[in-house]
Design a protein around this ligand. Structure first.
Ligand SMILES: Cc1cc2nc3c(=O)[nH]c(=O)nc-3n(C[C@H](O)[C@H](O)[C@H](O)COP(=O)(O)OP(=O)(O)OC[C@H]3O[C@@H](n4cnc5c(N)ncnc54)[C@H](O)[C@@H]3O)c2cc1C
Length: 403
């Protein structure tokens, strides 16, 4: 039997979900390529940077995960620099990998807007593990120094600014505020000197979300002592101050920027139709480049709902687009035409520090507090468990291979 070669670029939420679906078919060979050796659980980044989760809670070894499919999925740890659609090859360092079907799932990166002078140089980010790790390290370092330093009370406030009050910004702000409350057990009253500012240019937090989610998130953030600055346009930053367009300024020690994304840098090298944040603009079956065998899923592509509204990039949509594309590839191999992709958001759960969350499902189930936290935890746990079952099989297979 001549097998079809499916190449997937990017082992994020979309890439892994596509593999889970495609690996069921014995007539398909799968190759996953990622520039990192791990799958990064970005949705849990808020807990990692606040020190509530450890590195093993948010990073999964891709090689072992792929081995969990018993030699059916090949992992290549390389950065893809270009794609030759005509020759049907993906280019990595000096090599080329051929495909019959290609799925681009390379996600997005923080958009450190170039029009905000000093933003990139002076900010941390959460969309990439390296930047999240740097923040955690530097913040812990500060806490440790303060722990040793009696003078902390007289040093003035330590301001942590979070730029962008979307989903990731509010989660980071709430978790940091919650952890700082816990720090009071370590550094006593000195913890009170750590202040959290959540800044957004929009006139509300969580722009685009429902009134229920916005008002309950706001209440929770205020209860945790987060200072919310809306309609606050950042003009520029230097090492010590954030300067706003209205002439005001804020002294800060740490800035985490969550205020925007743009598609991953691979998109820059490809000559496809793109939007203003460099996401591919696909056709109704998520094909790009007018090629029926090249697909894009997740954050690297613009996805619209049935009414034509652009959906915010989430792991949920990355996974739904992955399932759709995996099914479409199966159908194309079998010569069956698939229906267009109709994305819809089933719900949203926002972690708001400790055992508290706010959530909404199917537009009518609304929950907040401990119950919402339990539901969010159940969703995360199911995802994590699935990854670990694969990894455990991968370890066993690796041991067998080396015997
Ligand atoms: C703090 C935070 C909280 C969030 N909370 C939620 C939430 O509660 N619910 C939700 O649904 N979403 C949430 N999101 C959004 C969600 O994490 C993203 O939408 C999701 O990660 C997108 O999945 P993806 O597969 O498109 O890309 P990613 O998960 O970003 O994966 C892309 C992969 O491609 C690889 N890659 C990139 N370029 C190349 C290249 N050139 N060559 C090889 N490999 C490459 C990367 O290394 C990476 O492994 C949150 C995000 C953050 C930051």
């Amino acid at each position: 039997m001549l097998k079809k070669e499916v190449v997937i670029i990017g082992g994020g939420y979309g890439g892994l979900r596509a593999i889970e679906f495609l690996a069921k078919h014995k007539d398909i060979n799968i190759t996953l390529i990622d520039k990192n050796p791990y799958h990064y659980l970005q949705t849990e980044a808020y807990g990692y940077i606040a020190g509530r989760f450890d590195i093993h809670d948010i990073a999964i070894d891709l090689d072992k995960w792929c081995r969990g499919f018993k030699n059916r999925v090949n992992f290549v740890y390389e950065e893809v620099t270009s794609i030759n659609y005509e020759k049907q090859v993906v280019e990595i360092s000096e090599k080329q990998i051929s495909y019959d079907y290609l799925v681009i799932a390379t996600g997005a990166q923080t958009n450190f807007f170039s029009f905000i002078d000093g933003l990139r140089e002076n900010s941390y980010g959460v969309k990439n593990l390296q930047r999240a790790y740097n923040f955690r390290k530097d913040f812990e370092d500060l806490i440790y120094k303060k722990l040793q330093n009696e003078k902390f009370n007289n040093d003035g406030d330590i301001n942590l600014a979070i730029g962008g009050a979307g989903l990731s910004g509010v989660e980071v702000a709430a978790e940091m505020a919650n952890v700082i409350e816990i720090y009071s057990k370590t550094i006593g009253e000195r913890a009170k000197a750590i202040k959290i500012y959540l800044i957004d240019a929009s006139d509300t937090i969580l722009p685009g979300m429902s009134a229920y989610v916005i008002s309950n998130t706001k209440k929770r953030l205020e209860k945790l002592g987060v200072k919310i600055l809306t309609s606050a346009f950042i003009n520029n930053l230097d090492k010590s101050y954030i300067y706003f367009k209205n002439g005001k300024k804020l002294h800060y020690h740490f800035m985490i920027f969550t205020g925007g994304i743009k598609a991953s840098s691979l998109n820059n090298n490809l000559n496809n139709e793109k939007n203003r944040i460099n996401q591919f603009i696909p056709d109704k079956e998520l094909n790009i480049n007018s090629s029926k065998n090249v697909f894009a899923i997740g954050d690297c592509v613009e996805i619209r709902d049935i009414n034509g509204k652009i959906l915010p990039p989430t792991a949920q949509i990355a996974e739904k687009s992955a399932e759709y594309v995996a099914n479409t590839i199966r159908k194309r191999i079998d010569g069956i035409v698939n229906k267009p992709f109709h994305a819809n958001v089933s719900g949203i759960f926002i972690a708001l520090g400790g055992k508290y969350a706010v959530g909404e499902m199917f537009n009518f189930i609304k929950v907040k507090g401990y119950w919402a936290y339990l539901l969010k935890k159940a969703i995360t746990h199911a995802y994590y468990l699935g990854l670990h079952l694969r990894i455990n099989t991968g370890y066993k297979n690796r041991i067998k291979d080396t015997l």
